[in-house]
Design a protein around this ligand. Structure first.
Ligand SMILES: Cc1cc2nc3c(=O)[nH]c(=O)nc-3n(C[C@H](O)[C@H](O)[C@H](O)COP(=O)(O)OP(=O)(O)OC[C@H]3O[C@@H](n4cnc5c(N)ncnc54)[C@H](O)[C@@H]3O)c2cc1C
Length: 714
C-alpha cells in the first residue's frame, strides 16, 4: 500500500475511532433530535444560510465515512428545511457523500481486489459496463439495501464516477422524499422503525422491481417489433432446425434429440463438417505419418543405427482418407437417425424466423416450420486478395487432402496453428517447405519463447521459416511460380511448385437468409451471451459464431444453443468461456489454457510465473523427447491458476489436468498433493507445482524449524 493510501486510511480510522470513543452516535438518535428540535429551529432563525452549510457538511461526511445515522439525518432535513428544500439538500448531500465513499473504496481497495480476483473482476467489470447503471438504479430505488454497502461495492467495480453520481441521485430520490416528508412530521414520530411500514416497504420493493419488469417489457416489445413483418405459424413442424452438420450442428441436434425434442439437422455437403472431412481428423492423421518419418530420421537417437523409410506420398494421403472413413460412422446420418434426429441432406435457407426452406440435391425443395433455429454453418479458409493469387492454383485446407503427388517446393502462407501444423507435416514427408509469416514470429497468440522453440525445431528440421515477410504478389515467369514478399523494406522472391494458403478462416455468413432477415453480422454472426441472434429464437454456434474456432468450443457452445433454444423463456444459460483450452499439434506440441504471460501484460493482470523444464523429466529423457516446458501463471501469493502453457510431447493431453483444476478451482497445492504415476510425462504437472511450492516456502518458519532440529540434536 502506498503512502497516500496509508494516510487516507489513517484519517478514516481516526474519524471512526473518534466517533466511537466520543459516542457521537448518541446525537444521531430520534430522541436527541426531537429534544434539540426547538434549539435547531432557533439557530435556523438566526443563521438561515449557515445552517444549510453545516447540515450539508455533516451529511456528506457521515455518508462518505459510511457512519450510521443517514436515515436520521434525512429526517432532520425534513424537520429543519421542510419537504421541498429538505429533499433538494438531502438529495445532493447524500449523493455527494455516497460518491465520496465510492471513490475512497476504489482508491483504497480496487487494486487489491483486482490482484486477488483478476479475471473474475474482469467479467464483473464487463457486466457493470453493460448493465451496471441499471442495477445500481434498482438497488437505489429500494431503501432496504444498505446504501453504504452499495457505495463501497460499486467502488470496487469499473463504474464511472459520474454515472454513479447521477444514477444514485435519481435512484435515491423516491426514498429521500419519503424520509424527508416523515421528517416534516418529526414531533409526531415515535420510532424510526415506524417509518418503514410493511406497506411502504412493499411499495418500495415494487418500485425496485419495476425497472426489471419495464426492461423485460421493452425487450418483448423490441423482439415483437423485429418479428412484426413475419407471420408466425400457428403450429410448428419442429422444435428445432439445425443448419449445418459439423461439430456444432451435430452436438446441437444430439442434445435436442436426447431431451426428446423434434429436431431436424440439415447438411448440404458432408456430415462431420470441417473437422472430420478437411480439418482436425485429416490433419492429425497426416501429422501422425509425418511424425513416424521424423522418428525414423532420428533413429540413432533411439540407438538404432540406420533405418530407411520407403513410402509413396499417395499412400500416406490414402491412409488419411481411410482414417476419415473409420471415424465417419461417429458422425453418420445412420447414427444420428438412430439417436432420434431427422437428418436432411440439402442446403438450408432461413426464410422467416420460424421457417427454413431446404433445397435437395435433385432441386426439389421442402419447407419446415420450427420454434427455434440454430445456425451452425461453420467457416472456410480465408484467401487474401494478393495480386496473382488466382493464377497459381493455390491450395487450402479444403482441397489439400486431394493431393496425391508431393509438391517438391511448397510455400505455406501463414504462421498460425493450421499453417504451422501443415508446414511441419509436409516438410517431414519430404517437401522443401518455406513458411511465410507477416508477423515477426509464428504462433503469435502464444508467448514469444513458445514461438522461438517451435521455430528452432522447424529450422532444425530444414524448414525455411520466413517471419516478417509480407506476401505482396504471385507471379509465373517462364512456367516458374514465384511469391514476392516484402521483408525489411526489400522485395524477396520465393520460387515454389505449390502454395498452401492458411492465413485464417472466415465464417460462412452468406447465401442462407441472414441478409434477408436482417440478422447483423460482423466477422461472425452477432449473438448475445445466450448465443441468440437479432431474433431471440434464432441461435448460432461454432465457427460461424466465434469467438473461438475449435471443435471442442463448437461442441461446448452447442450445448448452450440447444438448451437455450429449447427451453427459453423457462430457463436459459450464458455461454461460459472462462476456461477454454486448445493445442497446436506441431512438434514440440503446444497447449494452453487460460492466460499466458503476454495476455497478462496486455490486460495488466498481476501474476506470478512458475516454470518447469521438461528436459529434466525422467520419462521425457527415456523417450528421447527431453524438450519443452510448463509455464503456470498464478495469482500473486496464491496457488490459484490463471493460465498454463505447455510445450512438449503430448502437451495437449497433459493440459487436461490444469483444465480440470481451473474449472473446479483446484490450486497447485492440491496438485502437488496428488499422486502422479512414475515415470510419466504427467509428472511434469506435479513438478511445476513443486517449483511453485519451493518458491513460497515459509523461510522464517523454516529457520525456526532448523533451530528446533538443532536443539533436538543436543
Ligand atoms: C486443417 C484444420 C485443422 C484443424 N484442427 C483442429 C484441431 O486439431 N482441433 C480443433 O479443435 N479444431 C481444429 N480445427 C477447427 C475445427 O475443424 C472447426 O473449429 C470445427 O470444425 C467447427 O465446427 P462447426 O460445426 O462450427 O463448422 P463446420 O465443421 O465447418 O460445419 C459447418 C457445416 O455446415 C454446413 N453448411 C453450411 N451452410 C449450410 C447450409 N446453408 N445448409 C446446410 N448446411 C450448411 C457445411 O457444409 C458444414 O458441413 C481445424 C480446422 C482445420 C481447417
Amino acid at each position: 500500500m502506498n503512502y497516500k493510501k496509508l494516510a487516507l486510511l489513517a484519517v478514516l480510522l481516526a474519524v471512526v475511532w473518534a466517533y466511537l470513543a466520543f459516542d457521537l452516535g448518541q446525537y444521531l438518535s430520534l430522541q436527541a433530535l426531537k429534544a434539540q428540535q426547538a434549539a435547531i429551529a432557533d439557530y435556523q432563525a438566526s443563521h438561515p444560510v449557515r445552517i444549510v452549510g453545516v447540515y450539508f457538511i455533516i451529511y456528506v461526511v457521515a455518508t462518505a465515512l459510511s457512519l450510521p445515522g443517514a436515515a436520521l439525518l434525512t429526517l432532520a432535513g425534513g424537520a429543519i428545511f421542510g419537504l421541498l428544500w429538505g429533499t433538494v439538500i438531502v438529495s445532493f448531500a447524500s449523493t455527494l457523500g455516497a460518491t465520496l465513499a465510492f471513490l475512497m473504496s476504489r482508491f483504497l481497495l480496487r487494486d487489491w481486489v483486482s490482484q486477488r480476483f483478476g479475471q473474475r473482476l474482469d467479467a464483473i467489470d464487463e457486466g457493470v459496463k453493460r448493465e451496471g447503471a441499471f442495477y445500481l438504479f434498482t438497488l437505489r430505488l429500494v431503501p432496504v439495501f444498505p446504501f453504504f454497502l452499495i457505495n463501497l461495492l460499486f467502488g470496487l467495480t469499473a463504474m464511472n464516477a459520474r454515472t454513479f453520481f447521477w444514477v444514485s441521485q435519481i435512484g435515491m430520490l423516491a426514498g429521500t422524499l419519503v424520509y424527508v416528508n416523515v421528517g416534516t412530521q418529526l414531533a409526531r414520530l415515535d420510532s424510526l422503525s415506524g417509518i418503514l411500514s410493511p406497506a411502504l416497504l412493499g411499495s418500495f420493493a415494487l418500485l425496485g422491481v419495476f425497472p426489471l419488469i419495464a426492461r423485460k417489457l421493452v425487450e418483448v416489445v423490441r423482439a415483437n417489433k423485429r418479428y412484426a413483418r413475419w407471420k408466425k405459424p400457428a403450429r410448428f413442424d419442429r422444435n428445432l432446425v439445425v443448419i449445418g452438420g459439423g461439430s456444432a450442428g451435430l452436438v446441437t441436434a444430439y442434445i435436442a434429440a436426447a431431451v426428446k425434442a423434434k429436431v431436424s439437422l440439415v447438411e448440404k455437403h458432408k456430415l462431420g463438417g470441417d473437422c472430420l472431412n478437411t480439418g482436425c481428423v485429416p490433419s492429425k492423421a497426416l501429422i501422425r505419418s509425418a511424425k513416424f518419418l521424423s522418428h525414423i530420421a532420428r533413429s540413432q537417437a533411439f540407438g538404432i543405427g540406420s533405418v530407411q523409410a520407403q513410402f509413396e506420398f499417395a499412400d500416406v494421403m490414402e491412409r488419411v482418407q481411410s482414417v476419415i472413413k473409420t471415424i465417419e460412422p461417429h458422425d453418420s446420418a445412420e447414427r444420428y437417425t438412430a439417436l432420434g434426429v431427422d437428418v436432411i441432406q440439402g442446403a438450408a435457407r432461413i426464410v422467416s424466423p420460424w421457417e427454413v426452406e431446404i433445397t435437395h440435391e435433385n432441386g426439389s425443395t421442402q419447407s419446415l416450420t420450427t420454434r427455434s433455429i440454430v445456425i451452425a454453418t461453420g467457416a472456410r479458409p480465408f484467401v487474401p486478395p494478393i495480386p496473382g493469387i488466382d493464377d497459381v492454383a493455390y491450395l487450402t485446407s479444403d482441397n489439400v487432402w486431394s493431393l496425391r503427388e508431393l509438391p517438391k517446393r511448397l510455400v505455406v502462407l501463414g504462421g498460425g496453428p493450421i499453417g504451422s501444423e501443415l508446414t511441419q507435416a509436409f516438410a517431414r514427408l519430404g517437401a522443401r517447405v518455406t513458411q511465410v509469416e507477416m508477423a515477426d514470429r509464428i504462433l503469435m497468440r502464444e508467448d514469444p519463447e513458445v514461438s522461438e522453440l517451435v521455430m528452432a525445431r522447424f529450422r532444425a528440421e530444414g524448414i525455411d521459416v520466413r517471419v516478417s515477410h509480407r506476401a505482396k504478389q504471385f507471379l509465373i515467369e517462364n512456367g516458374e511460380k514465384m511469391l514476392i514478399a516484402e521483408h525489411a523494406g526489400q522485395d524477396v522472391c520465393i520460387s515454389f511448385d505449390a502454395v498452401l494458403v492458411a492465413v485464417g478462416r472466415s465464417a460462412n455468413l452468406k447465401g442462407f437468409g441472414l441478409e434477408d432477415l436482417g440478422i447483423p453480422v460482423g466477422r461472425t454472426v452477432e449473438t448475445n451471451e445466450f448465443l441468440q441472434t437479432h431474433y431471440p429464437n434464432i441461435y448460432a454456434a461454432g465457427d460461424v459464431a466465434g469467438p473461438f474456432q475449435f471443435t471442442h468450443t463448437a461442441a461446448h457452445q452447442a450445448w448452450y444453443a440447444a438448451v437455450n433454444a429449447l427451453f427459453d423463456p423457462l430457463k436459459k444459460f450464458k455461454a461460459d468461456y472462462s476456461v477454454i483450452p486448445w493445442a497446436t499439434f506441431v512438434e514440440p506440441e503446444v497447449a494452453r489454457v487460460g492466460l499466458n504471460e503476454q495476455e497478462a501484460k496486455e490486460k495488466d493482470i498481476p501474476c506470478e510465473v512458475t516454470t518447469y523444464g521438461i528436459d529434466d523429466l525422467d520419462r521425457a529423457i527415456a523417450d528421447g523427447e527431453a524438450h519443452g516446458f510448463i509455464k503456470v501463471l498464478t495469482v500473486p501469493g496464491k496457488d490459484r491458476i490463471l493460465g498454463v502453457t505447455i510445450v512438449g510431447e503430448h502437451a495437449g493431453d497433459l493440459i487436461a489436468e490444469y483444465v480440470l483444476a481451473m474449472k473446479h478451482g483446484i490450486g497447485l497445492n492440491k496438485m502437488l498433493g496428488t499422486i502422479h504415476i512414475y515415470p510419466t510425462l504427467a509428472e511434469a504437472n506435479k513438478y511445476v507445482a513443486g517449483n511453485w511450492k519451493r518458491a513460497h516456502a515459509p523461510q522464517k518458519l523454516l529457520a525456526w524449524v532448523e533451530r528446533f532440529h538443532a536443539w533436538r540434536r543436543g
